[in-house]
Design a protein. Structure first.
Length: 181
């Protein structure tokens, strides 16, 4: 029993060490859906994934906010696929302008960390004009969260002054790192 375990551990280390740390994890976008429900306020020009390599898929997005907003709420919900998507872990309604001042939500801080240096939304409210996301991809080193292997959906419904303006839904796949699990 014990020797079997040791063998497994050694074998695991051997497999894992033959890859570089980041190669041992699959963490990538599989789909994105962006839709505006009020094109006189929020317009998507572009919202697209690009497969750069087998393990790296980048997201590019270009949108315009046509009138300033000082009140944004994001209803963010995670789902994990298990014969249909089932709610998983997170279901929050976040005051985004407050978040941008205080960074006061640990889960949203993780989501934000993927975007902040590859987008132009690192500032406080009001928000107006171009919203640009350039070559964002999912970096496992930013995920400070134990997550089981699986297919996930992060749904984000955005409200300005309590009115539903647009959705951004990301699907992604996560495969646990052999070394970490
Ligand atoms: C749509 O956007 C306009 C601003 O262009 C705003 O005045 C109006 O309240 C919005 N309507 C809805 C239903 O959100
Ligand atoms: C975003 O789209 C607008 C409208 O199509 C375009 O004028 C602008 O150059 C685009 N910006 C970027 C950074 O791609
Ligand atoms: C984002 O904003 C904070 C606070 O203004 C600043 O300290 C940080 O350097 C900014 N990060 C980037 C990537 O621009
Ligand atoms: C995004 O996902 C949520 C949750 O499944 C769903 O209610 C919503 O309709 C989706 N939005 C779009 C634009 O597909």
């Amino acid at each position: 029993m014990e020797s079997k375990l040791i063998f497994c551990v050694l074998f695991g280390i051997f497999i894992a060490s033959s890859f570089d740390f980041n190669d041992a994890v699959v963490f990538k976008f599989t789909n994105v859906v962006c839709e505006s429900f009020n094109k006189s306020w929020f317009v998507f020009h572009n919202c697209r994934l690009k497969a750069v390599s087998r393990s790296k898929v980048t997201l590019n997005m270009n949108a315009t906010i046509l009138h300033p907003t000082n009140d944004m709420t994001c209803h963010a919900q995670m789902f994990k696929r298990a014969s249909g998507y089932k709610p998983w872990l997170m279901n929050i309604k976040l005051d985004v302008c407050l978040f941008l001042r205080r960074k006061n939500n640990p889960f949203f801080s993780i989501v934000y960390s993927f975007f902040k240096d590859l987008s132009n939304f690192n500032h406080t409210c009001p928000y107006v004009g171009a919203i640009i996301v350039k070559d964002v991809y999912l970096r496992p080193e930013l995920l400070r969260l134990a997550m089981p292997t699986g297919d996930y959906l992060l749904s984000m419904k955005w409200y300005y002054y309590q009115k539903h303006q647009f959705d951004m839904n990301f699907s992604f796949t996560f495969v646990e790192d052999l070394l970490q699990s």
